[in-house]
Design a protein. Structure first.
Length: 123
């Protein structure tokens, strides 16, 4: 049986070098095509301007405190997204509490399952 994210393209936006590269490796090992990792939102936005990806994995604190504008930008493009953060859902503004969130440190199978759900539109 194929991995649930095999063949899926995943945009990875994470500023922590070790976290970003270990997550990218885990996703690649699970069969995903990883775009990134990107530590800067601008680079990630530019990378997907002319490319369709199945979903995004986004840290909401990219070294300058909580920032929800990149999340809103992704959602405005109807791109499924999973938040990965050390913060819980309680930090999300009311209009963003519907976005799936996986708290760090996360078990790899949990992240992969959330990505699979997002890619297929399941809840």
């Amino acid at each position: 049986m194929a991995a649930p994210i095999a063949g899926r393209s995943v945009l990875l936006v994470e500023d922590d070098f070790l976290q970003a590269h270990s997550t990218a490796k885990l996703l690649n090992d699970a069969g995903a095509e990883v775009l990134g990792p990107f530590a800067q939102v601008g680079e990630a936005m530019q990378a997907v301007t002319h490319r369709v990806v199945d979903c995004a994995v986004l840290d909401i604190d990219l070294g300058r405190g909580l920032d929800f504008e990149p999340l809103r930008w992704i959602l405005a493009r109807a791109m499924p997204v999973i938040l990965v953060t050390g913060y819980g859902k309680q930090v999300l503004p009311p209009d963003l509490t519907h976005v799936p969130l996986v708290e760090k440190p996360y078990p790899v199978p949990v992240l992969i399952e959330e990505i699979a759900r997002a890619c297929t539109g399941s809840t």
